[in-house]
Design a protein around this ligand. Structure first.
Ligand code: GRF
Length: 204
């Protein structure tokens, strides 16, 4: 099976996927390519070190989102992915792009969805006085951070925590649960049907 991973930054979730393919947590799959909209994304260096093909597409080279997304899809499809993984890809995706990959594109969002869609989730959870926070792996649909959730992991928020400390705790969990879900998807255990996530035949 073939995976394409989209990133914009550090790529720690990409690294977790690379490691999971190596260790067999993700079975019979390879990351065919890593795509970034940022030339200086550290994740590209991780891909290089793992011998994975790299694609860089700068938004400034395209006149509008639709054109960018059309080229992005062409470049992704050249690798014939079974699964497209968003791992810190910091761009809004056009509806056309999302529809094209509906049911085979996953995202990890750093909150216990449906709480805190969008940005700055860790600080917002702290400011709200929440005692727990977490991360969600979900199918990508046209609603931003709104697709059906497959798996979540919770972490505590302690009184003295900074947003950075909470983020580190959340990311540790992302690195565990995102490869698990990717593997379930590739083994056919998880899918999207009628807008819902389904696990082993049962709606979640
Ligand atoms: C992750 O925390 C993820 O939840 C969010 O962006 C961050 C990406 O981090 N979507 P990294 O690039 O995988 O280190």
């Amino acid at each position: 099976k073939s995976i394409v991973v989209l990133i914009s930054g550090s790529g720690s979730n990409l690294q977790a996927m690379i490691d999971a393919c190596d260790s067999g947590i993700i079975q019979n799959a390879r990351i065919a390519a890593v795509v970034s909209n940022k030339a200086d994304a550290y994740g590209l260096e991780r891909a290089r070190q793992a011998g994975i093909d790299i694609v860089h597409l700068a938004a400034s080279d395209y006149s509008d989102r639709e054109t960018y997304d059309r080229v992005l899809a062409e470049r992704i499809d050249a690798f014939q992915p079974d699964l497209v993984i968003l791992a810190g890809f910091m761009r809004i995706l056009s509806h056309e792009f999302v529809r094209h990959y509906q049911g085979r594109m996953l995202n990890v969002h750093p909150s216990l969805l449906p709480k805190y869609t969008g940005l700055h989730t860790h600080q917002r959870a702290i400011d709200a006085g929440d005692k727990e926070h977490g991360t969600s792996v979900h199918f990508v649909t046209e609603e931003l951070d709104g697709g059906p959730v497959i798996l979540q992991a919770k972490v505590p928020i302690f009184d003295t925590d900074t947003a950075e400390e909470v983020m580190a705790r959340v990311q540790e969990q992302e690195h565990r649960i995102y490869p698990l879900v990717a593997n379930w998807f590739l083994q056919g255990r998880v899918c999207m049907a009628e807008g819902k996530a389904v696990f082993d035949g049962l709606p979640l």
